[in-house]
Design a protein. Sequence first.
Length: 109
Amino acid sequence: MNQETHNQYEKKLLILRSEIEDYLRKSEDSAAAVEPDNGLGRLSRMEAMQDQQMVLELRRRKKRQLSDVVNALKRIEQGNYGVCIFCGKEISSERLDAFPEVQTCVVCA
Ligand SMILES: [Zn+2]
């Protein structure tokens, strides 16, 4: 992978990182516990709790993705970005374009 391609992925990853951080900041409130006495009826409280579960699950996934993005940025710095951590082969550019934070090739994923 040449320097220019490296830079392109680095830019993508930086954008991705700020998007995820943004989401995590904004969703903090919805992820907070649903207060038992916040004036909502029983039904809407159940709905609020379901929403909360969804937000929590999404936040879990985003946090995992964020650590992958941070790792990928580290690997760019170290110069081994785009190489599968298991088999050492280059990860296809199609795959990196879709998921710039991946660390494994399709075969090892
Ligand atoms: Zn592999």
